[in-house]
Design a binder for this molecule. Sequence first.
Ligand SMILES: [Zn+2]
Length: 268
Amino acid sequence: MRETAFVIGGCNAFPMHDPESKRLALHLLTTGFTVDSVARRTGIPRSTLWRWKQNPERAAALVPRLCPRCHDRALDPTAYAYLLGLYLGDGSIANAPGNKGVFRLEIACDDGWPGLIDAAATTILAVMPGSKVGRRQCPGCTSVNCYSKHWPCLFPQHGPGMKHTRKIELVSWQQEIVDEFTKEFVRGLIHSDGCRGINKVRREVAGEDRWYEYPRYFFTNTSVDIRRLYTDALDRLGIEWKQANARNISVAKREAVARLDEFVGPKY
Ligand SMILES: [Zn+2]
């Protein structure tokens, strides 16, 4: 039952009138709890609760629907597929300091690509509307972050330790999104752990060395599972790839690079 999502113990961790307290209060008011008891449990003033009780539909419209998994809020699948790629590449989820039950999603973005820093922030907001997205400067990179109780609902791959030390596999609803929005997923992976570079190759022609340059996409990740998710997505798109070495996947054939250029291109 959805009621189990409204765990009373979590409320004290939030200031008054935060979206979850509002949601809890409305739920309790519309299921027969008295204004006094709801005021005690949520800390929301009785006068406010009386107004909500008189017009619950209007009050409900004021409450942002937070989590696509717990609250039936529609998920933007395009943004989610891209964010999933970013998360699997350079993202992490951790307990927020001092805030029991709240998690911080962080995407580490290279300072060399300011456009991608903005794209990460915009995408987080599209996935978790109404949230506050922060930026924290680290050596050489900007950590784009956002706090929510619900990041583990959206990224069930969250777990202790580094991603490459544990099994990473998509659950069925994620796989459905990745299957449909494969290009966005690949874009997210390449924007975090990939690059489009120029490869120089020396060839001997008529006894002379000649150098040729051609563009190539590289994807580098220590996790064999994440590399497999990447290559599965490329297979799905019919894009040829090669295992360049233990940690790197290369896309170098002219037509395969052209396909990736259609929806990924250089970082910006
Ligand atoms: Zn949730």
